[in-house]
Design a protein around this ligand. Structure first.
Ligand code: F6R
Length: 261
């Protein structure tokens, strides 16, 4: 794991975006794993500015969303299909035909989930998976006690997750109770992962993910098993890390050939 601690949320978005841009510059047909929620919005905005300036081109890239609510209408503004179209596909100029979101409306959600993992594999796997982390340590919607071997499947949202996401809905009761999410095993298969976290509310989850024991109680800790995980956090989200001075020292003294920002 590489831990990058930056002064504020804007820097987190800027630096994580550089990492994603590097992947797409190297491989214009890159397959991106796309998180929703507040954490990655600065990444997408930063990438969109570079696309608008003609510095980056996502038209040949493809994408797989991390998750989707079950039972939400496709056209609902908070379905992840809508969010991904609005925040990612349109501003980055991606080809909508190359971007998939799990089908939370399928009559047979189990079959839809299986087919989703098969589609990721058929695309050659995810080159870079963008992630946020929930205050309870979830990544994707793999809530505490999710298996590290899990694949894309239906999950019940934890009460805390529903409460946290109520800000996107008019009424907390409208937050769906279930979702389809890439599994921890699916996420671990990505060639590279970039996770961003901002703010004090994420500090305990970040500490559990980076320095805690490998435990299904903190699903983010599964990333300790990943060969190429970059964790980009602001000072507040880093505030419970015990080795924070070491992470800073490491980042500041990276050899030139390892630098991307
Ligand atoms: C989003 C996702 C979730 C969020 C997490 C943090 O697709 O799968 O894991 O990344 O709930 O949410 P925010 O970023 O809104 O704090």
């Amino acid at each position: 794991m590489e831990i990058i601690v930056l002064p504020d949320a804007a820097e987190v978005g800027r630096v994580a975006a550089l990492k994603i841009a590097q992947v797409v510059e190297r491989r214009p047909e890159a397959v991106l794993g796309l998180a929703t929620g507040s954490s990655p919005t600065d990444i997408y905005a930063s990438l969109a500015r570079r696309v608008a300036a003609g510095e980056l081109d996502f038209s040949r890239a493809s994408g797989f969303a991390l998750d989707e609510y079950v039972g939400i209408p496709l056209e609902h503004p908070e379905s992840y299909a809508s969010v991904i179209r609005r925040d990612v596909v349109e501003p980055l100029g991606m080809d909508p035909a190359r971007v998939r979101v799990p089908d939370g409306r399928a009559a047979d959600v189990e079959a839809a989930a299986e087919e989703y993992d098969a589609a990721i594999a058929a695309a050659g796997g995810i080159d870079v998976q963008i992630l946020g982390i929930g205050a309870n340590g979830h990544i994707g919607f793999n809530e505490p006690t999710s298996s590290f071997a899990s694949r894309t499947r239906i999950k019940t949202l934890a009460p805390q997750t529903r409460a946290d996401n109520a800000r996107f809905f008019d009424d907390p009761d409208q937050v769906p109770t279930h979702c389809l999410t890439q599994g921890l095993g699916t996420i671990l298969d990505a060639h590279e992962v970039v996770l961003v976290a901002q703010g004090e509310r994420k500090a305990a989850a970040v500490a559990g993910m980076v320095e805690g024991p490998l435990s299904a109680m903190c699903p983010g800790s599964a990333l300790q098993l990943h060969r190429h995980a970059t964790i980009v956090v602001d000072e507040a989200a880093a505030s419970r890390l015990t080795l924070v001075d070491y992470y800073r020292h490491t980042y500041e003294n990276k050899p030139a050939w390892q630098r991307f920002a």
